[in-house]
Design a protein around this ligand. Structure first.
Ligand code: TA6
Length: 314
């Protein structure tokens, strides 16, 4: 039976945009649009959607898709001269026919390699030659892994610098009922206060108004606990020192045209990122940034950040 399993299916998505569906044997799945190299769906073994996608999301270039996992490159937010969050999220990526060797587990069969290179038009706004390779993998247990490899291909001897984020939108039952663990006592830059630096309090983070913070040097493991859904998301990151937490709350949500007025209640962005200290690459150098997302049933206890312990009940 497993030999008939289609792990990677290429299809047309909304508005005829190309997409790939990744499927795993126990029933989990993920969808990746070539537009933006954008993961728009991640479902667990029971077919439950784990990512938030706005009911008003516009699948029409050049507007970036609201929800899922936009890729912010080569600029996070407005931290530079480019369009907010850079251009990678609104370019059409292609399938990478010949990705360089990738250390991977042989049990991973559901994955796709995408590549983005600058067009002549792009070079006018960001004058650099690069190759951005993205591998999206759905593991047999339903974990979702994104690995980005960015190489400087400049032939004029010039280095380039960039900031980066996996702008994850998680689906939550009710924003007032969720909490984040792992960012206690971490320093952050508050986007609502001219990016002034503060230190997070000692308790888990909860939500009762807009939050827009860049946590610098955040731990490699962060958890989102959704009591009502009895679900915990665990984020692990490598090569990505920072993390962003964002929820627009009611007033800001109303000002975002492709977000429903009440949508903020059911979304939470926890992003893995490299922002405070931009990444600099000399010609020929490559950077790698990886995140791994898992969703575990929560009997998850406060302060216990090892999902293996949760699964084993230890
Ligand atoms: O990552 C948080 C953030 O930078 C917020 O400041 C907020 O603007 C959000 O991203 C969404 O940005 P977008 O350009 O997609 O509307």
């Amino acid at each position: 039976m497993s030999s008939e399993m289609v792990y990677v299916e290429r299809r047309k998505g909304i508005n005829g945009l190309d997409k790939v569906i990744l499927r795993e044997i126990r029933g989990s799945s993920a969808e990746v649009y070539f537009y933006g190299g954008h993961v728009t769906s991640w479902k667990n073994d029971h077919g439950e959607e784990l990512l938030f996608l706005s009911s008003k999301a516009i699948f029409q270039p050049p507007k970036a898709i609201r929800g899922g996992i936009p890729i912010c490159f080569p600029q996070f937010s407005n931290l530079g001269p480019l369009e907010p969050h850079g251009f990678a999220r609104n370019r059409i990526w292609t399938e990478d026919p010949d990705p360089p060797p990738f250390p991977t587990s042989s049990s991973n069969k559901a994955y796709i390699d995408l590549i983005l290179k600058p067009s002549d038009e792009d070079v006018k706004t960001w004058p650099h030659r690069y190759e951005f390779r993205l591998r999206v993998t759905l593991g047999p247990g339903g974990d979702l892994m994104l690995t980005s490899r960015i190489r400087n291909n400049n032939t004029d001897g010039k280095s380039f610098s960039f900031t980066f984020a996996y702008h994850n939108y998680f689906s939550v039952s009710d924003i007032s009922e969720v909490r984040i663990e792992g960012l206690e006592t971490v320093d952050y830059l508050d986007n609502q206060k001219d990016r002034q630096r503060y230190t997070e309090q000692g308790d888990a983070i909860t939500f009762e108004s807009e939050v827009d913070k860049i946590y610098v040097h955040a731990p490699t493991k962060i958890a989102i606990l959704d009591h009502e859904k009895k679900r915990t998301f665990v984020l692990r990151k490598d090569g990505l020192p920072d993390a962003v937490v964002w929820n627009p709350w009611d007033k800001r949500a109303k000002a975002i045209s492709d977000l429903g007025d009440e949508d903020y209640k059911h979304m939470l962005c926890v992003e893995t990122a490299a922002i405070e200290k931009p990444i600099t690459l000399k010609p020929g150098e490559e950077w790698k940034g990886r995140q791994e997302l898992s969703a575990v049933p929560s009997s998850y206890c406060s302060g216990q950040l090892d999902p293996k312990k949760v699964l084993l009940g230890g």
